[in-house]
Unconditional design. Structure first.
Lengths: 294, 89
């Protein structure tokens, strides 16, 4: 989950994330959560300005990786203003995630595009596999699966990530708006398959490689990066319909949830569509580490 | 006892064939070694494919909500014993 850019997942992130910077980042997350639950969204967004400025100055890895990504995505040399914007968008989505998991969706305006494709996929009765990414806020999906629609959403993720998400909850009484399928167990994917067989939604963030997963190197924004083969393998094994999904922040209170069919069920196709969206919404890219080095 | 050996070999062959393991022969799979992670090095998608194949071939459904199943996945020997005990075909 994007929330965890700053909460280290030791198995997944490279060494860059360790040490002093990691602790600094984690305290930024804690600070935002604390502010969000005590003050309104408008006040918090104002407070995010100095917080992001401080972070821009004190987090060299986030700054470097942001500049590298934005320069490639924007096709020009990115500057500190771009990186500030990048951090500000990320911090805003972090703030909004706190509202989201605490049932305060009314703070936000969400538009869904291509929603019929999603319901048509589900109508096949074999569940729906949603391939997400760290482009935008995957949590936005919980808006689609609101209580009235009686939709069960499961998200495959690392335990460290779900622990980070639980930190967003103010008290044990509150629950995440979806079930977590923890990765790294022999039966992780068996669980995912059973969910799909019950006609439920299974979401996977497919833009990162976990541990020793089989991966393929493919050009992304003109440079080779590694992508996991697992999500599409799960799609093939289960035969469940597949859609890509993005929860993009558009400024102000507005988010767009975009469902996209895949031209082909292949990894190059996923990467190509991810790249296109990343160029279109570069400030929504929440992989703050050297994406091409891993 | 012979039965146990036979079914173990049969399941070992099933693992190699289902997962298209190229650098392992059925004879090389150690009966007590872990299938998942260290050991044979299968991942959870391999386990899923394997469980679907086992269900199809022997009629033995491995469900994630069954507390027994996680033990079944431990090694070739456990898996074989379980299949032999519950098979319907």
């Amino acid at each position: 989950m994007p929330i965890n850019e700053f909460i280290a997942d030791r198995e997944r992130m490279n060494d860059q994330w360790r040490g002093r910077r990691e602790r600094g980042s984690r305290s930024m997350v804690r600070l935002i959560i604390w502010l969000a639950l005590r003050f309104g969204r408008a006040i918090c967004r104002v407070l995010l300005v100095p917080i992001c400025a401080y972070f821009l100055l004190t987090a060299p890895l986030a700054r470097r990786s942001s500049l590298a990504f934005l320069s490639r995505a924007l096709n020009r040399r990115a500057g500190w203003r771009d990186t500030f914007m990048h951090l500000f968008v990320f911090a805003t989505t972090l703030l909004d995630r706190v509202y989201l998991v605490n049932g305060r969706q009314r703070e936000l305006t969400v538009e869904v595009s291509n929603e019929p494709a999603f319901w048509q996929a589900l109508a096949q009765g074999r569940g729906c596999l949603l391939l997400g990414s760290h482009l935008g806020s995957f949590e936005m999906l919980s808006i689609i699966g609101s209580v009235e629609k009686k939709l069960v959403i499961n998200v495959v993720m690392h335990l460290a990530d779900s622990k980070g998400l639980r930190d967003l909850l103010p008290s044990p009484g509150h629950a995440l708006p979806y079930n977590v399928i923890p990765l790294g167990h022999p039966d992780s994917m068996l669980k995912a398959k059973e969910c799909l067989a019950r006609g439920e939604v299974v979401g996977i963030l497919a833009d990162r490689v976990f541990g020793g997963e089989r991966a393929q190197s493919l050009p992304f924004l003109g440079h080779p990066a590694r992508f996991s083969l697992s999500p599409l393998r799960l799609a093939r094994i289960t035969g469940a319909p597949v859609l890509m999904v993005f929860g993009l922040f558009r400024g102000g209170r507005r988010y767009d949830i975009v469902f996209e069919s895949m031209a082909e069920l292949t990894l190059p196709c996923y990467v190509e569509q991810l790249e296109r969206k990343a160029r279109q919404f570069p400030y929504n890219w929440f992989n703050f580490y050297d994406y091409w080095s891993v | 006892m012979n039965d146990v050996k036979n079914i173990e070999q049969e399941i070992a062959r099933l693992i190699v064939d289902t997962l298209h393991l190229e650098d392992v022969t059925p004879e090389q799979i150690e009966a007590e070694a872990p299938l998942f992670g260290d050991g044979l090095g299968l991942d959870s998608l391999d386990m899923l494919e394997l469980s679907m194949e086992v269900e199809q071939k022997y009629g033995v459904a491995l469900r994630s909500d069954d507390p027994e199943h996680i033990k079944v996945f431990v090694s070739l020997r456990r898996l074989s014993e379980y299949i032999q005990l519950h098979r319907v075909r």
